[in-house]
Design a protein around this ligand. Sequence first.
Ligand SMILES: [Fe+2]
Ligand SMILES: [Fe+2]
Length: 412
Amino acid sequence: MVKIYAIDSDKERYIPISLDTLVTGTQIPFEIYTYDGTIYKSLLDKGATYSYFAKVMIEKQALSNFYIRQRNALSFNEYMQNAGKLKSMLLDPSFFEFKYKEFKEKWFIIDKKIINTAIPFKLAIGGLRFPIFGEIPFTVDNEISYKNMLELNSDIAVRKRDIDAYYNYLDKLLDTQEIDDPLIKLRVRREKLKVWCYKIYEEISNHSLSQDTLLKLYKHINLLIGLIRSNFDMAGKLLFFEPSDVYLYIHSTNVSLMSMMHGHVINKDDNYLLTLGISAILHDVGRMVIDDDAREDSYDKINRNIYKSHVLKGKELLEPYNDIPPIAKTVALTHHEREDGSGYPYGLTGDKIHPFAKIIALSDTFENKRVSYYDHPTIKRTQILKEMTQDLQLYDAIMLKDFLKFVANLSL
Ligand SMILES: [Fe+2]
Ligand SMILES: [Fe+2]
């Protein structure tokens, strides 16, 4: 449902319009109504974004008659005069890039599969996958709206300012008796770790890490260690999400889970896993303070070097905190070092690289490759493992062998 209908009872006149004339991704400066034969129902608020998401929602409800109020005719005309210009602007890739950045800044990507109608979800939801931008009021409190949301080919996000409310929602999901699917509970735990990962990144990059946040992060990593140990088979299902998991807090959460699973299969104890998990969460914190556009595989050397500087920045950011394990600082600095000396920043080889940095490098490489493929999870996994085998000189031989074996055996 696009919005909860507010039924309009006054007798003001309405003018029919066609939704085809609206440009997706734009804000609508007038309210839009639908008419069901007896009453006019408000469908989109003035100022709401007519996102692709909203468009699909409307189509799914098979609505066909749309109106604006007569008093909005002027703003409608003005909007229509600009529609052509807006359309061409929306086709401009730099505009999309800008929008994407704006989206990334304001929204937190959630795991839409955990939303459950047993507990109504009342937060504003936004989506992003071309050409979906912006938010629409969206309530997931019945099976149809839930199904509609799942079917949308989009990331679903909540506003960052609503993150605590989202966290409360996660708590409710864990508390309720109505959900007994252990996989959902596991995914909710993963979501909670994601939230703490997001929070710790924000605080560290603002040089204001609180002890409370660090303790919470420890607590949730500990809980996940317990779950990995007791549900190992199921934990594999946590590692294969949508290809859009490019957001730093998702990347780090996945790398952390995967590294801890690796630690579990090579029989390491809880303390080892905890330090490994926290080091993995923090490994890329330096990326918070480098230019977002910098890429490791960029053709431009300057750009590549900016990306590479994230390891030094990461170490710098973590350095002042005595409560952060020294190993985590080492990992932030050395997780791009490679066995044969081809890595950075120092070109360290073999034994000069900390074992944690080696384990995390494997999960990190896997995760980075995973999000760059759009295939089916199983094909994707086979392909990635094959590529990593071909690059065997980059990794510690025993660790690579254990890693390949455990990932190949995961049930997806
Ligand atoms: Fe990195
Ligand atoms: Fe990474």
